[in-house]
Write a protein that binds this ligand. Sequence first.
Ligand code: SF4
Length: 424
Amino acid sequence: MVILGQWHDKRITISVRERERSLTVSTVWEGHLLTAAYEGGGRPRTFITQGTVYRRALDGRMLTKWRARGRRERRWLPQEEALKIEARGRALLQAVYADLQSGALRGNAELPPLGHTLFQRAIAWDEEKSRADADRYRQIYLPIGILPPDQYSAIVLQATLGCSFNTCTFCTFYRDRPFRVKSPEAFRQHAEAVKDFLGEGIYLRHGIFLGDANALTVPMKRLVPLMEIANQVFPEAWGSIGRPSSRAANHLQTHPGAWGGIYAFLDSFSGERKTPADYARLAALGLKRVYIGMESGHAPLLQFLHKPGTPEDVLHTVRALKAGGVAVSVIVLIGAGGQFYAAAHVRDTIALINQMPLDSRDIIYFSELVVTENMPYARDAAAAHLKPLTHEECTAQEKAIRAGLRFGESRPLISRYDIREFVY
Ligand code: SF4
């Protein structure tokens, strides 16, 4: 329900979404338009003001995003700074709710009972509660390094911890932990703790993302019980949790069946090789799509990156997944290997993707290489005297690969994947 009204001569919009149990208030506050959005339990989610978006992560930090000189900029706010943004939103809600109760603020409709509950919970979400919530999050999860862009609203369950390889020179997500598979007991405890922690925020989430990096390399004998537990703890993940946003709903019109279910990364091909029959069994347990970091179709570049497996391994895995009824997403690393590898990277990546049986349930992501000082890639690239691609050259490389791709009538979605935008 959306309530429109006038408040101190300014327009105000109050949105109470029953299915998502969410509250959004948007009006001029302290001289600027401020939009403040909350989950059902009162947990702040997003603030937008003066062209900047503040997205609260479950660990209490905030990712801020804005545009400057035609480019997207972003910065992580530490928890102390994030708390000040939360306090500003809370002050707005207190003032609006007080006037709603006194009758000084009247909209075109009455605030429904759920709206009262959501206002009260969001106002009660003070600094102490926010800190305690972030502390609790850190007790339940090890840091979640990354998710695919269409999975930022998933419920993450860490069935495994770390990456079974941890050798790729451009990836530092899991350097802090050895690879480990949780026992069924530990995983059930974790899943139940996640459910309890998310509380009513669960209605804004969809599906389960089975973390960390390579949960699907776990042998079937151990993986099947873990997926069964995920389904027992979150039976709603099959589709009734929350509802897709309008953007996601549009995506679903062309990608039916993408809602709910279980999703996971698969980056390494060293463990037990799964057959189409294995994947069909996992599909019956809810597995919908697997995200494969193929990076490149050029084998020497994969070796330079210390990436496990070969282009043929990726192709074999994609075919096995598709034959088992599971959708795929392949992720291409744009800019990898700089100028030296550029032509072969484009040529062999096109050739590899064109052999894949992709259709409208699948996604091809282009992820631009982001190099930080502590990455072994930076050291290796310097030693090999590689000249990096500029952002513009990376964009041209993506365009060149896209131009070479050939599909049948049922085309996969092709999209960008910026790892700096990730927030959970
Ligand atoms: S296999 Fe994936 S998660 Fe593991 S180090 Fe490589 S890119 Fe990172």
